[in-house]
Write a new protein. Structure first.
Length: 118
């Protein structure tokens, strides 16, 4: 059983690495989600739900906050130009147009980002 779990984990890492290489970030998602997931540029910057809907898919979420707002998976550009995994949330018109992430021990944000859709 342990060997089967290890094999499944290795396979998930391989699949996630291929997907993550697209945006420069590594995400671990269920294998089924990986087969259909794609990064879609938020251009113009708007909520990932709207970005993915316009692309004919739905935004991948990573959970909800205490008030029930969805955390949508995004990858934003940090100040040094690196892509950072983060979240996009629809709590206000301003926050829905950004990808929020950790940068230098603080919260970073970018209006140049991609959303993970499936």
């Amino acid at each position: 059983m342990v060997d089967k779990i290890r094999a499944m984990t290795r396979n998930a890492f391989r699949q996630a690495a291929v997907l993550g290489a697209t945006a420069g970030v590594l995400l671990l998602l269920p294998a089924g989600a990986l087969q259909a997931a794609q990064w879609v540029a938020a251009n113009p910057a708007t909520s990932c739900a709207a970005v993915c809907l316009a692309a004919g898919s739905s935004a991948i979420t990573s959970g909800k906050d205490g008030q029930g707002y969805q955390f949508y998976v995004c990858a934003g550009k940090a100040q040094n130009g690196e892509s950072r995994p983060g979240f996009n949330i629809d709590t206000s018109p301003d926050s829905s147009k950004k990808c929020l992430f950790e940068y230098g021990g603080k919260r970073g944000q970018s209006s140049t980002y991609s959303c993970l859709c499936n």
